[in-house]
Design a protein around this ligand. Structure first.
Ligand SMILES: [Zn+2]
Ligand SMILES: [Zn+2]
Length: 401
């Protein structure tokens, strides 16, 4: 088994943090805690597990966090014990090549994607009756055993490699979809999950900040869920504007952000320079950027009683002015990955909804994948993402040799 993985080696992480300040080349150098190695093929750890051969895998922002050692020393993740090795790649499509004797839903030759990737009861080999409340409800990304030891060799590989092992509950069949559609299910599920956290109401003005992969997906889902809302988009890169409009954006905000928000919503603006405040503003803001100063601004661009859905993130402590939250009665909703949704009156996983929409050809999928690299050239792929040229949306690794 060949796999790209992150080794939680404090010394190497520290070195990368220092060296990368001088040269970005440090990320791709020998001191990087990202390794690409060949192991002896592990055996299936339980009879309800399968082996999957990867076809292609998208690179996610979370993979980038590992590659660039972006996590600061004071995030909430740090105190939680976790495996020393993290295999990269969860936006993946592959083919089942081996099944354990108790596998019910898959056979050799089935094409699948990875439905779960955050450490959860299922991936840790817990029996069904011992799963935590969150996992039992299908919200595996909120697992309460996230920090508990695994009963099996969790994450025996993942999407960035030639193959991986998985309990069958981790997988979803993607029969009927092309490889390029299947590889987009996961990032689309992230966008849909965020949209379903706060679906716009008829007539509402909502703002999507950041038109990268997740923001672009979100625009599309917001318009599907509520065709009668007005979706505004704030994105500095003009190369993304046309695509955002094609996906349903009504208007792109251009120019100075506070002025643009004021003009779009008719809000009243007070103050100047670094301390401006709007009264009036957007009903909902979906922040897909999450950069350091963003929270400070988005809270001021919301109408009183408005909602901020926070999807973009940074892995370090931040400072922001909290006064708009209580003064304006704002709601902040965090959105991460995917899980079980209440959708059209039934409980269904985010992945299933996206897959169904793809099968029914309700989603635009062309145009999201902008670059492709061979698995062996993964460093070139990450280098491109770090440089982030203007036409980059989703970069995919071809895992077939
Ligand atoms: Zn992802
Ligand atoms: Zn759990």
């Amino acid at each position: 088994m060949k796999s790209i993985y992150f080794e939680g080696d404090i010394l190497k992480i520290g070195l990368i943090k220092v060296m990368s300040k001088f040269s970005k080349k440090a990320y791709h150098s020998k001191i990087s805690p990202i390794k690409f190695k060949t192991f002896e093929d592990p055996k299936l750890p339980k009879e309800d597990w399968v082996r999957v051969k990867n076809i292609e895998t998208g690179i996610c922002g979370s993979d980038m966090t590992f590659y660039t050692c972006a996590q600061g020393p004071s995030t909430a993740f740090l105190p939680i014990p976790c495996s020393k090795i993290t295999y990269l790649g969860h936006e993946t499509v592959g083919e089942v090549v081996e099944v354990g004797s108790k596998v019910k839903n898959f056979k050799v030759g089935d094409r699948v994607c990875m439905n779960k990737y955050m450490a959860c009861c299922d991936l840790k080999g817990y029996d069904k009756q011992d799963e935590c409340e969150m996992c039992k409800a299908g919200n595996y990304a909120d697992c309460e055993n996230y920090g508990e030891p695994s009963k099996v060799n969790i994450y025996a590989g993942a999407g960035m490699g030639d193959s991986y092992l998985a309990p069958e509950g981790q997988l979803l069949s993607v029969e009927g979809l092309t490889d390029d559609e299947a590889v987009l299910i996961e990032p689309f599920a992230v966008s849909l999950h965020a949209a379903l956290k706060r679906v716009p109401k008829e007539g509402e003005k909502v703002l999507v900040v950041g038109a990268g992969m997740i923001g672009l997906g979100l625009i599309q889902f917001l318009k599907i869920l509520q065709p009668k809302c007005k979706v505004y988009v704030m994105e500095r890169n003009p190369n993304k504007h046309e695509f955002a409009k094609k996906l349903g954006a009504d208007e792109i905000l251009v120019g100075e952000p506070y002025e643009a928000v004021k003009n779009a919503t008719g809000a009243k603006m007070y103050g100047k320079g670094g301390n401006r405040m709007l009264l009036g503003g957007f009903d909902v803001i979906y922040d897909c950027v999450g950069k350091r100063t963003m929270l400070n601004d988005t809270l001021r661009w919301l109408k009183a009683q408005g909602t901020l859905v926070k999807i973009g993130y940074q892995m370090t402590k931040t400072k922001f002015d909290e006064t708009p939250i209580w003064w304006q009665g704002l709601t902040i909703i965090g959105a991460d990955s995917h899980g079980m949704e209440n959708y059209n009156g039934k409980k269904i996983s985010t992945f299933e909804i996206v897959k169904d929409m793809m099968l029914k050809k309700q989603l635009i999928t062309d145009g999201f994948i902008t670059h492709r690299f061979k698995l062996n050239d993964y460093k070139k792929a990450f280098k491109l993402l770090i440089e982030n040229p203007k036409d980059t949306i989703k970069v995919v690794l071809d895992c077939t040799e």
